[in-house]
Design a protein around this ligand. Sequence first.
Ligand code: HAM
Length: 462
Amino acid sequence: MSEGAAKKEDKPRKFQAIRGTRDLLPPETALWNRVEQTAHEVFATFGFGEIRLPIVEEVELFARAVGQETDIVNKEMCTFPNPMRFSEFYRRLRESVSKGTNEMGTLTDLLPESEMISLRPEATAGVCRAYVEHNMQQLPQPVKLYTMGPMFRWERPQKGRYRQFYQIDAEVLGGTDAPAIDAEVIEMVMTFFERLGLEGVQLDINCIGDKNCRPKYVELLRAELSKVKDKLGPDSQRRIETNPLRVLDSKLESEQKLIERMPHIADHLCEECAENYRGVKKELELRGVKYGENWRLVRGLDYYMRTTFEITAKGLGSQNAVCGGGRYDGLVELLGGLPTKGIGFAIGEDRLILSLLETGHSPLATRHSPLLYIAWMGEKAYTTAIRAAKNLRNAGFRVELPPVEQKFGKALGQADKLGARFALILGDNEVSSGEWTLKTLADGKQEKLGESDLVEHLKKQL
Ligand code: HAM
């Protein structure tokens, strides 16, 4: 290798965020904070408390809860050996390769499932795990919890679909399955969207039955879909066997007419489910929550029963679901807990922000206190400037203190560029006289003020 080539290779390369992940930058992060703050406020008024969960859990938790055959678990999860067991994993891998079997199988053939961990693709499974682990069934029921943070699904990225995305998730666990609970959870998310000024909000609801009536409907649907199997695409053909309900989710244009002719679950609900569904609709009406009914809304996770819902908003293109949720009464039991009622939702925060931005919500509308730039010159002035910055920041002002001395002209130019409203000018004269100069940048007005008057004077101008 020539010396030139070696040098070229040594040159540090630039890094980029991994495909499907991204940096959230200011000023947009101000909008993220405003959204999250509003969630904390609105959810608290409905009696919810915040839970913070780990980002990694055992793979088996998600396989059980979300469902082994779902796209999320089957294709999209980030799963890897527990790092404490990497060496054992590689030893077995080498062994399997050297045997030359060529049949590697799945990761869990090399390490037991309990040694495999996954980045969480959603939060409901973790909330239910925590409910059981911390014996929350002993608390007054229901327990209302919410959480927010990153989730991971290794899907093909597109607008509104990321591999690392953020959810705001709320769950009600325990107590009864009274329709008022379903309706109040939905009312809460609609209140939150209204408070944010989200536009074009549309709520769709459905009832997908329970273990008494759904299996019969699924068989009927499977039989009807089988009759038109040849006309369906490969995904739907496969799903006729694995999960016929998911065929109803299909967006494939060529399948729409066929699917529209399929039997509706509403005509096959048992009396308890039908009664419950009527109750949920009545309770929504009592709360003035407008909804549409969508018999094809089955959702892509296995744990749902009875009420399912989805909310769409403006400006999102094909990935327009900004929130999805539903009831999952059997889930806690499936995760080793006592029989427990459950219902909840998750908001896609990335999509929520996207919709707000597309409909003209400026992140800059977030109210910050005005920026004050300290233009200082000279060593004595610097000590005074540090003291001034500390006092002003403690009073809640945003302060920019230049780290090196600048000529006043340059300092004022910099203040202007940063959008500062005020410049505090501190030079030898100001320090010796104790009379500081405050300049309002918009009109160039200058005032002389004593140190003790500055904070009060600025507060009056807010
Ligand atoms: P989900 O429908 O899978 O439900 O996700 C909820 C929301 O997360 C979606 O409506 C969407 O806004 C957002 N989302 C999902 N995947 C992505 C992605 N790849 N990129 C950006 N946003 C995404 C659940 O996760 C359930 N755990 C909801 C729930 C809570 N059900 C009961 N409790």
